[in-house]
Design a protein around this ligand. Structure first.
Ligand SMILES: Cc1ncc(COP(=O)(O)O)c(C=O)c1O
Length: 500
């Protein structure tokens, strides 16, 4: 292996070794499974001490790029595929064991997503947001005006939430098959606060929380701030893998599983019906409470959306969370939790310590908007709109990004794309950004940093024409990256076969 080391550089030699091998791996010159030279051999070839080479290899191992096996040597790590390609045979579960407890280390990736929202000229597929053009401003204005005539709308209100809103939400949830009464509801400031409140009320600092992976990063942040450790369970095309979940229950004795079983973020996949029942049985057997995040549940493109776990729950195993952020307008910051009256009391105490109450003014305005029957028509409109956009995205992916595989969700706002094996998602996203297109890096949704090669494309706020244009540009980025790789290989006089 030829490394070009600069002994006068400020960069220590072991870091130079690590960086250059890392570049060879990321550019695909060294492919998965390829064996690196032994420490002794590389040290001798380059006049280095063994400690220098060992430190370089250790650095690569920490980055998840190589794996070392005693007696066998050091190998380029396989890029783990959490989600099998869409073409894979149905039901092909991946054999993966749950990872060890870990805290989240990808905060900068989330910050990157937030930064993209502040770039006005960017054609961004990075945020899973509804189209602002669909916000029902006229109806909400009327509702707000009416509510402002009630002076106590500007006072404090009940911690559990305005009764008028809880009554309306109870009616709405019946359409998701969930029978509730206002007593079993807690209004919260979006689903994010619902998760926060559940973690505060139902788990202790230091406890292990289970979640599927890829995972909604919001739970990772919340758990990390409470000193709770998230152990992730792999998914396949049919949702969370129950064998791995059971193994994690045995290993960690957790009390809570956080899951997004319907139109999951980031993959868009839904847990299949038989696994829903099996998940509930498993949770009962291991005394596990399930925090079901159904924030996309109302955005089904088909008449029949998957039935929420809560609708199947007869034993108060499920704490259900949803919000109006994706289905109506995220700026309302209103959502709800459904739990047993006893659980609601504990959740309400935790909610009180967060922010006392949600704005009574907005709650009453939303209640009035719902009571006036506007929401059903709104939902009908946006479901049709997002179905058209999903179709536009899928067609454009087929046309411009051949070689990638992707999910085809039947609801929600995002598609999960798997890049061709040799492409690095960081390089891809950087180049896409350079051409004015923002995408969410798959790594933001993994606890394990070595999970590379995925993108989340959120299409809710773009017209089919914009979607087509965005994918055309991403297609150019893909082409350019593949061309560069061929050049690198040709310059090195290599095919894609391992160097050493
Ligand atoms: C799965 C999931 N849960 C919760 C949230 C937060 O939702 P809210 O705006 O209602 O707090 C999001 C937002 O993207 C999400 O994707």
């Amino acid at each position: 292996m030829n490394l070009s080391l600069d002994r006068h550089s400020d960069l220590p030699l072991y870091r130079q070794v690590a960086e250059q091998i890392s570049n060879l791996i990321r550019s695909g010159v060294l492919s998965a499974g390829c064996r690196l030279p032994t420490v002794r051999q590389l040290a001798a070839d380059h006049g280095l001490t063994r400690l220098t080479v060992q430190s370089g290899y250790a650095e690569l191992q920490m980055q998840g790029l190589v794996e070392s096996f005693v007696g066998r040597g050091t190998f380029v790590a396989k890029r783990e595929k959490m989600i099998p390609p869409v073409a894979a045979a149905p039901g092909s579960a991946l054999e993966q064991s749950p990872v060890e407890p870990t805290t989240w280390h990808n905060q900068s990736l989330l910050a990157e997503l937030v930064l993209m929202t502040e770039q006005p000229d960017l054609l961004s597929f990075a945020q899973a947001i509804p189209d602002p053009a669909t916000y029902p401003t006229r109806e909400l204005r009327h509702a707000l005006q009416s509510v402002l005539d009630q002076p106590d709308a500007l006072s404090y209100g009940p911690i559990q939430g305005e009764k008028s809103l809880r009554e309306q939400i109870s009616r709405l949830l019946l359409e998701r098959g969930i029978a509730t009464s206002p007593d079993t509801l807690l209004v919260c400031s979006g689903a994010q606060q619902g998760i926060d409140v559940a973690l505060r009320a139902l788990a202790q600092p230091g406890e292990v929380i289970l979640a599927e992976e890829p995972v909604y990063p919001g739970i990772l942040e919340l758990a990390a701030t409470r000193g709770q450790r998230v152990v992730t369970i792999p998914m396949d095309q049919e949702g969370i893998q129950l064998t791995a979940l059971e193994a994690a229950c045995i290993a960690h004795h957790p009390r809570l599983l956080y899951t997004v079983p319907t139109f999951h973020n980031p993959t868009g996949l839904s847990l299949v019906a038989p696994r829903r029942e099996a998940l509930l049985s498993l949770a009962r057997a291991y005394d596990l409470s399930i925090v079901e995040d159904d924030v996309y549940g109302m955005l089904s493109y088909e008449d029949q959306a998957p039935i929420p776990l809560k609708a199947l729950d007869r034993t108060d195993t499920v704490i259900y969370i949803t919000s109006f952020s994706k289905s109506l307008a995220p700026g309302l910051r209103l959502g709800t939790m459904v739990a047993s009256p006893e659980q609601v009391r504990r959740l309400a105490a935790a909610k009180q310590s967060c922010d006392l109450i949600c704005s009574p003014l907005l709650q009453r305005a939303l209640a009035l908007y719902l009571r006036r029957g506007h929401f059903a028509a709104h939902l009908q409109r946006v479901r049709t709109l997002y179905r058209e956009r999903r179709d536009a995205l899928v067609m454009a992916l087929d046309r411009y990004l051949p070689g990638c595989s992707y999910t085809r969700p039947s609801g929600g706002l995002s598609v999960w794309v798997t890049l061709p094996e040799h492409l690095d998602e960081s390089d891809f996203c950087r180049d896409a950004l350079g051409r004015g297109v923002g995408v969410a890096r798959g790594q933001a949704f993994f606890v394990r940093s070595q999970q590379r090669g995925y993108l989340r494309l959120s299409f809710g706020s773009h017209t089919p024409t914009q979607i087509q244009e965005g994918m055309r540009i991403l297609g150019e980025v893909l082409y350019e990256q593949q061309r560069r790789r061929v050049l690198v290989l040709a310059r090195a006089g290599l095919t894609t076969r391992p160097l050493v």
